[in-house]
Design a protein around this ligand. Structure first.
Ligand code: OAD
Length: 270
C-alpha cells in the first residue's frame, strides 16, 4: 500500500469508473450476481432498436425497467469512494474522472472534471436542434410517479414513456441523453477523456468489469501512453492483466485505507 500512496501523492491521476463504485450507494451493478442484466436482457432493453420495438410490443416491461433503474439512482447518495475522488481533485492530485456511470454521483460529490461517456440519467437532448438540459430530481420523480401509476392501458403508458418534455427552443420532443448499446459515445466526453489521460501519470480503474467497448479501450490506451494502472475491484478481472497494482477490495474500503494520508491538514504539511 505504501507504494500506491506514493504514486497517488505524485498526483496527475485520472479515474476510470464503473458501476462498482456506486454499488455501495445502493445502485446494483450490471453484470454478476444480482446485477441488472440478470433481470433484464441488455440486448432487448439497452439497444436503441429493440428499446423502440419494446415500446410498441411490451411497453409495461419497458416501464418496469425504467422504474428499476431510476428508483435506485434517485435515492442514491455519493459514498466515501466518490467523496474521496472529489477531495483528490480539490487538493490538485486528480485531473479528472472518466465514468461509465449515469447516476450523476461524481457531480453530487463535488467533482468538476467529469467525462460522462455513457451519458447522464438527468440529461435530456433535443435531436433536432441540439438543445441539452439537465432535469431536476423532482422532475424525474414526477415522471417516474406518472409511469408507475399507469397500470392498464398500453396506449397511455406508451405516451407517458415517450414524453419527458418538449424542447423550449424548437418544441420537438426531448430524448434521454443516456447512451444505448450500439450508439456512438458523446464526442465531447470522449475528447475530454483523452485530454485527462494525456495529462496523467496514473489511472485508477475503479469498479468496472471493462467488458463494454469502446469505453473499455481507455485503460488500454492509458497503458500504451505509459500510465501506471491501479485496478480496484473485489473480483479478479481482465484489467488485472495490464495493472501495475491490483487491489482486490471494495472501493470504499480502499479509500478508507488511503485517505487518511490525504486529509487536507496532513497533506498541506507534507
Ligand atoms: P459491470 O456490472 O460490468 O461491472 C461492475 C464491476 O464492479 C465488477 O467487476 C464488480 O466486481 C465490481 N464491483 C462490485 N462491487 C464493487 C465495489 N464495492 N467496489 C469496487 N468494485 C466493485 O459494470 P461496468 O463495468 O460499469 O453500459 O459496465 C460497463 C457498462 O456496461 C455500463 O456503463 C453499462 C453496462 O451495460 C451501458 O448501458 C451502455
Amino acid at each position: 500500500m505504501n507504494k500506491i500512496i506514493n504514486i497517488i501523492r505524485k498526483g496527475k491521476l485520472v479515474a476510470f469508473c464503473g458501476a462498482g463504485i456506486s454499488s455501495e450507494s445502493g445502485i446494483p451493478t450490471f453484470r454478476g450476481k444480482g446485477g441488472l442484466w440478470e433481470k433484464y436482457d441488455p440486448y432487448l432493453f439497452a439497444a436503441q432498436d429493440s428499446f423502440n420495438n419494446l415500446l410498441l410490443t411490451n411497453p409495461f416491461s419497458l416501464r418496469d425497467f425504467i422504474v428499476d433503474i431510476y428508483k435506485t439512482i434517485l435515492l442514491a447518495k455519493p459514498n466515501h469512494a466518490h467523496s474521496s475522488l472529489a477531495h483528490l481533485e480539490n487538493i490538485g492530485l486528480l485531473i479528472g474522472i472518466i465514468t461509465q456511470n449515469i447516476d450523476n454521483l461524481h457531480h453530487e460529490a463535488g467533482n468538476k472534471e467529469v467525462a460522462e461517456i455513457h451519458g447522464n440519467a438527468y440529461v435530456f437532448l433535443c435531436k433536432k436542434c441540439g438543445y441539452k438540459t439537465k432535469k431536476k430530481k423532482e422532475e424525474i420523480e414526477n415522471f417516474i410517479y406518472n409511469i408507475k401509476k399507469e397500470n392498464r392501458k398500453n396506449k397511455l403508458i406508451r405516451k407517458l414513456l415517450s414524453f419527458i418534455g418538449t424542447c423550449p427552443r424548437c418544441d420537438d420532443r426531448l430524448e434521454s441523453g443516456v447512451v444505448f448499446f450500439g450508439q456512438e459515445l458523446p464526442s465531447k466526453e470522449i475528447e475530454k477523456s483523452y485530454q485527462y489521460i494525456n495529462q496523467s501519470l496514473t489511472m485508477l480503474c475503479i469498479g468496472t468489469s471493462a467488458e463494454v467497448y469502446p469505453a473499455a479501450s481507455l485503460p488500454y490506451y492509458a497503458k500504451e501512453k505509459g500510465l501506471k494502472i491501479i485496478n480496484i475491484n473485489p473480483m479478479i478481472n481482465r484489467l488485472d492483466e495490464i495493472a501495475d497494482f491490483s487491489i482486490h477490495e471494495k472501493a470504499v474500503d480502499f479509500f478508507k485505507e488511503i485517505m487518511t494520508y490525504f486529509a487536507t491538514d496532513t497533506y498541506k504539511n507534507l
